[in-house]
Design a protein around this ligand. Structure first.
Ligand SMILES: [Zn+2]
Length: 419
């Protein structure tokens, strides 16, 4: 059988594995709380809080969707016309057009161009965040964060590009197989190593001061069967007023991270409720499941890119001879962008189901739906959430159940336990 035949077979195997893993590991059977409860929760929220959340999101929308549209347009223009391959050639020219120069500099040039063309929308978004008082960062701090994230992507992107095109040169017929294994390995590496490596670039973490809250969080984690090594406080207030918490690391490196803004804004009982939700993610191994499905998806994507990218009409549009050359990188980016846009609602749906399960875990662990509901209200207020967002936007991109859904889930739980 030809490499192409094997690729088709491998892709089929990966898709089956992905479907089976998703069917078994993702909590699909979790219908949202009754709409009547949601509407009652919406009426319980202060009218001005709801209005402010809605106007904030209305103000963000033009920048967000323009960025999406421009990003897609840039990817398609670079990938489906010879412009992208010319840009790669141009970027590699100072180093004599060597394949590695084309691969790394050309690849980074394509990504940088897309970043630069969507930069105005990122700045627009920042003006909205500032106007609504959510961002505490001046333009200097914002620009430094932006440069840091460019630097992180350039380092990781450069290494990935060099690795990818080296494999292609070493195994011109079977690169897709090594590429698929490499992409899967990279997803695993990034999901476990990246938080530890990259988080400190953006935030400072300090151990939470000993006290009743810290003791309660650590004992709750132990009671829940997901012991944590430490509770850290992140200095998120440097850039935002938004509140959050998360659990990162695995096993011996597992730690709870709480934004300093959360400690400032919420009562200790509410902080406990937020951390109980995060422990739910740890307990259900949501990061591991996400990593496994992400790794299978990445491997399948590489094989699919090889198969679709070798389609002669696409190669002709991109002005390249074969998909394996660095000059065809913009074509790959165009395909990845389109697939990403299509995959967004699916990922959002999966995420909402997983988040709803973590909410249920928090309710059961704390047995305190009243505080859970108060915490949801506060999160929505501080983070300027739209408590009941437009249906289309919710379906396309909401990563969490809406505030009214989460409040309604607490009410349904309270009825269940008779409180
Ligand atoms: Zn969560």
């Amino acid at each position: 059988m030809s490499p192409r035949g094997w690729a088709v077979l491998t892709l089929a195997g990966l898709v089956v594995a992905l479907v089976v893993a998703s069917a078994v590991l993702i909590p699909w059977h979790r219908p949202p709380a009754p709409r009547a409860d949601q509407l009652a929760a919406l009426r319980a929220l202060p009218v001005d809080q709801v209005a402010r959340g809605r106007s904030f999101h209305a103000a963000l929308r033009p920048a967000a969707y323009s960025a999406l549209a421009v990003g897609l347009l840039v990817a398609l223009v670079l990938g489906l016309t010879p412009l992208g391959s010319r840009l790669v050639e141009l970027a590699g020219r100072p180093l004599g057009g060597h394949w590695a120069a084309q691969a790394v500099l050309g690849g980074l040039a394509v990504m940088l161009l897309a970043d630069l063309l969507t930069l105005p929308f990122a700045a627009w978004r920042q003006t909205v965040l500032t106007r609504y008082g959510l961002s505490t960062q001046g333009w200097g701090g914002w620009a430094i964060d932006l440069l840091k994230s460019y630097a992180v992507s350039a380092v990781i992107g450069g290494l990935v590009l060099l690795g990818f095109y080296s494999v292609i040169r070493l195994a011109p017929r079977w690169w897709w197989a090594f590429g698929a294994a490499g992409a899967a390995g990279l997803v695993v590496l990034l999901s476990f190593v990246l938080p530890v490596l990259v988080e400190p670039v953006f935030n400072k973490f300090t151990p939470m001061e000993p006290g009743p809250l810290r003791s309660e969080l650590i004992s709750m984690a132990a009671r829940d069967g997901v012991p944590v090594r430490d509770v850290l406080v992140a200095d998120a207030s440097r850039r935002t007023r938004a509140v959050n918490a998360y659990v990162s690391g695995l096993g011996p490196t597992r730690r709870v991270v709480v934004y300093d803004t959360l400690l400032r804004e919420a009562t200790p009982a509410e902080v406990t409720s937020v951390v109980a939700h995060e422990l739910g993610h740890a307990k259900d191994r949501d990061v591991r499941v996400g990593t496994l499905t992400g790794a299978l998806g990445a491997a399948a994507a590489v094989v699919a890119l090889y198969l679709i990218g070798s389609w002669p009409p696409l190669l002709r549009l991109a002005g390249v001879d074969q998909v394996a050359e660095p000059r065809a990188f913009p074509l790959l980016i165009a395909l990845v962008t389109v697939v990403g846009l299509i995959a967004t609602p699916v990922q959002a749906l999966v995420s909402r189901r997983v988040e709803a399960r973590a909410d249920a875990h928090a309710l059961a662990l704390t047995g305190d739906p009243a505080t859970f509901e108060a915490m949801q209200r506060r999160l929505a207020g501080v983070n300027l959430a739209d408590p009941d967002p437009p249906r289309w936007e919710y379906l396309y991109s909401a990563s969490h159940p809406s505030t009214v859904e989460r409040m309604a889930a607490a009410r349904a739980y309270a009825r269940e336990i008779g409180r």
